[in-house]
Design a protein around this ligand. Structure first.
Ligand code: TLP
Length: 347
């Protein structure tokens, strides 16, 4: 089986399993789990933020941020394919009473500029008609835009514009370590101007469970209360945080290999008839290609790939997404390209 559905499918490494079995634990609802505390301190240090909170999922981290930055009746400006808007169960309305204001990036890349955002923001205009903007939400790397990147400069420009209007910025950095590796930046530099950032330990970094939410000390204190309210107060969770600590130290240096595999995959599938992708735009571990030209439905292609070749991918609309991670090798990538070729030739 070659599982390219997501980097969430990674299994913990032997080092992670060892750390988990030896983890010192305590009751984290009392703030007494030493391993969780170490993970939070280490994450805050790496991101150069005042504090960090371990949360069970990226979705919970993002939604706590939306809750804390906004009031009901406000809008959240977000790129139209953003995860917070499209893949978190309308939580921004269910949990926070906010409305998404989706924005198209002018160049179609999914990477918004301040000009794109400015046109969608309501700061002090027509208070009896339009909802005020409570938050700008960014995503780096941008999953559904194909793992594309926000540079440090672009994030800085957006934050400067938003902050000048008194609007906070949250960064969904589920894969910010991939972004940092691809841009040769530190995660701290990429997140610096943002008021809060969430990143996932459970994606390319390979930990089995967990994400972190970071910001000011006051923000994280409030986030702790909202995590409890949402049912995310965990007890001897150091057994999981221990894997997160290993992931933070060991995994970032491996991401270049995933990116090279993604580029190789993109170059391979680009050669196949009816497949549309520009391999040069694949800069992290996410490969999204259009199969409209094959006249076959993406989900049918994925079903055939799985059943005839043991290759798992995600199909949506006319697109297929394949994600590389440390549990797939370069040989697996070549096998996946060959398998897709056979499926498209009807073999
Ligand atoms: N992404 C998952 C799916 O939900 C699509 C995946 O397989 O890529 N932000 C971003 C940018 C994400 O890609 C994801 C998960 C999340 C947040 C949510 O993280 P979890 O799954 O931990 O709630």
């Amino acid at each position: 089986m070659i599982d390219l559905r997501s980097d969430t499918v990674t299994k913990p490494t032997p080092a992670m399993r060892r750390a988990m079995s030896e983890a010192e634990v305590g009751d984290d609802v009392y703030g007494e789990d030493p391993t969780v505390n170490r993970l939070q301190e280490r994450a805050a240090e790496l991101f150069d933020k005042e504090a960090a909170l371990f949360v069970p999922t990226g979705s919970m981290g993002n939604q706590i941020a939306v809750k804390l930055h906004t009031r009901p009746g406000m809008e959240v400006v977000i790129e139209e394919r953003g995860h917070i808007y499209n893949y978190e169960m309308a939580a921004m309305s269910a949990v926070s009473g906010t409305l998404a204001r989706p924005v198209k990036s002018a160049d179609g890349s999914g990477i918004m500029s301040w000009d794109d955002i400015k046109a969608a923001v309501h700061a002090n205009d027509a208070p009896y008609y339009v909802a005020p903007t409570g938050l700008v939400a960014l995503e780096n790397s941008h999953n559904l835009a194909g793992g594309t990147l926000l540079t440090r400069e672009r994030t800085g420009e957006i934050c400067a514009g938003a902050h000048a209007l008194g609007i906070p910025v949250h960064l969904d950095g589920a894969r910010i370590f991939n972004a940092a590796a691809a841009l040769s930046e530190t995660v701290a530099a990429l997140a610096a101007p943002c008021d809060s950032v969430m990143f996932c330990l459970s994606k390319g970094l390979g930990a089995p469970v967990g994400s972190m939410l970071l910001g000011s000390r006051a923000f994280v204190e409030e986030a702790r209360a909202w995590r409890k309210l949402l049912g995310g107060g965990m007890r001897q969770v150091g057994v999981i945080a221990a894997a997160g600590l290993v992931a933070l130290e060991e995994s970032p240096k491996l991401l270049h290999a995933d990116h090279a595999n993604a580029r190789r995959l993109a170059e391979g599938v680009a050669e196949l008839p009816g497949v549309e992708i520009d391999p040069a735009r694949v800069v992290t571990n996410i490969v999204i290609f259009d199969v409209a030209g094959t006249r076959r439905a993406a989900d049918r292609i994925c079903a055939r790939l799985q059943h005839a070749h043991g290759v798992l991918a995600s199909g949506f609309g006319t697109s297929i997404r394949m994600v590389t991670h440390y549990d797939v090798s370069t040989a697996d990538i070549d096998a996946a390209v060959r398998a897709l070729g056979e499926v498209l030739r009807g073999e």
